[in-house]
Design a protein around this ligand. Structure first.
Ligand SMILES: NC(=O)c1ccc[n+]([C@@H]2O[C@H](COP(=O)([O-])OP(=O)(O)OC[C@H]3O[C@@H](n4cnc5c(N)ncnc54)[C@H](OP(=O)(O)O)[C@@H]3O)[C@@H](O)[C@H]2O)c1
Length: 438
């Protein structure tokens, strides 16, 4: 077989990992691909940046057109981030007849429908194992290995940066801001970590998994997305005391023909596998009607874990597997979309924390409001405060934290509670609300 000629579009963290893997493990990869893989071009913006990989002379270029115009390049490995430029480049590469391998989840989340449609029209393929959970082969698992199942639910930790920060906050009993700075210094968080810590990155990956599992395109705006960036250490510690870990959980469930979806910091029972995933790792629990619950975990990002998934896609394309499987994927097609359960109807148990004035009858007012709105309480936790005669002179500002665990209730009811609580003058400081995983 003649070599498969590829172009790497982007030679940053992932791109240079892919180049190194292809070069350093060429014998193993050629054997598995059934032919050798030749990097014909690597497109970057800055030719002078160090890349940590030796490429033959003439391969590195800033000229994307040299890839588009080269009919011998079969596969374009699209490893630039962002959306707008990446989309333009992807269209040009598809139109030029290239099969695509990509790790860009933001692009697929936003423009997957149009790009996959175009690829189908042109008889080309798009492979994207690295776009969700880095080195964990979840795309292959959901789309192929579990193809006999109706997927019933996916519950996942999909953002390693957030999970690293949550783990460090709890184990070192340190506040969010301090841990974020440390994570940036260690390279676990980007200089601009916004999309990681505000839940967007996990939500983009959930949208792609939902496409694969349910054949439905759900926009990011159609479900609640909340990150870890407003979490207070005290809630992680209180959850720990109650036997839970707080995890940024991305969830999609099929319930009576509707999809329940959310990405939120969530209390997960400490003995549950998802609670035990620490540091920058990912875990995905997938439940199918035939297989039951399956668990996938590993490195969700990083140079070589991500390159592992990208190179597997290149091998699949070389062997011809991608050409067989891509047209069959239940993905980004025009088909009746499953409705998404409206946010106010999502029914779960909740952890609520209130900061209240430390005097009689205050909690009774909160309990009354919860009760009148049909929210029933499973437990109430208030740490002991000093006896009045032992305590420093009480001031108007003396407050105490009260934590309530509710029975299952809807967000709609809690929103009604919130509106009433807003009128109480005895409540101070932030009110915290986190769902509890079933
Ligand atoms: N890093 C991870 O662990 C990871 C994991 C999973 C998925 N991903 C996804 O993989 C993609 C790449 O991530 P990364 O971390 O490797 O990013 P990165 O380190 O920022 O690298 C991006 C590369 O793309 C090049 N580039 C950007 N815009 C370009 C343009 N318009 N024309 C030509 N080249 C351009 C850059 O060139 P210069 O080097 O010259 O600036 C750089 O080589 C992203 O979509 C990311 O979300 C990353």
């Amino acid at each position: 077989m003649p070599p498969l000629k590829i172009a790497l579009i982007g030679l940053g963290t992932v791109g240079s990992g892919v180049a190194r893997l292809l070069i350093e493990q060429s014998e193993r990869i050629s054997r598995r691909a059934g032919r050798s893989i030749e990097i014909r071009r690597a497109v970057v913006r800055d030719l002078d940046k160090p890349r940590g990989v030796e490429l033959p002379a003439g391969v590195l270029t800033t000229d994307i057109q040299s890839v588009i115009d080269d009919p011998e390049i079969d596969v374009a490995v699209q490893l630039i981030g962002g959306v707008d430029d990446a989309r333009t480049v992807m269209h040009a590469l598809l139109d030029a007849g290239k099969d695509i391998v990509t790790a860009n989840k933001a692009l697929l989340c936003e423009h997957g429908f149009e790009l996959f449609g175009r690829a189908r029209e042109l008889g080309r393929t798009i492979s994207f194992e690295a776009a969700v959970a880095g080195g964990v082969p979840i795309i292959n698992a959901v789309s192929q290995s579990l193809a006999a199942n109706q997927i019933l639910s996916i519950e996942a930790i999909l953002n390693g940066t957030s999970n690293f920060i949550l783990t460090e906050m709890l184990t070192k009993r340190t506040a969010y801001d301090v841990v974020l700075r440390e994570a940036q210094e260690l390279g676990y968080a980007e200089a601009d970590p916004a999309m990681d810590v505000d839940g967007t990155d996990a939500a983009q990956k959930l949208v792609i998994l939902t496409e694969l599992a349910f054949g439905t395109n759900v926009p990011l705006t159609a479900f609640p997305v909340q990150g870890i960036d407003t979490l207070d250490l005290v809630d992680l510690l209180t959850a720990d005391e109650l036997g839970y870990r707080v995890k940024l959980l991305a969830v999609v469930k099929l319930l009576d023909g509707q999809l329940e979806m959310h990405v939120q910091p969530t209390l997960v029972r400490a003995d549950w596998p998802l609670a035990k995933v620490d540091g920058a790792f990912n875990m995905i629990a997938v439940e199918g009607d035939a297989v039951g619950r399956t668990w996938f975990s590993g490195a969700g990002a990083g140079q070589f874990p991500t390159a592992s998934a990208v190179v597997a896609d290149i091998i699949d394309t070389a062997v011809g597997r991608a050409a067989l499987t891509f047209p069959q994927l239940d993905l980004f097609r025009e088909q009746a979309a499953l409705p998404v359960l409206p946010t106010e109807k999502i029914s779960r148990r909740y952890y609520l924390r209130f900061t209240v004035e430390d005097r009689p009858h205050v909690f009774a007012e909160i309990a009354d409001i919860l009760g009148r709105n049909g929210v029933s309480l499973a437990s109430i936790i208030q740490h002991e405060t000093p006896e009045p005669d032992e305590a420093p002179a009480a001031t108007d500002e003396a407050t105490v934290s009260v934590v309530v665990m509710t029975h299952r209730t809807t967000l709609g009811k809690l929103q009604a509670v919130d509106a009433e609580l807003d009128r109480l003058t005895t409540l101070h400081g932030p009110r915290v609300r986190m769902p509890v995983a079933d």
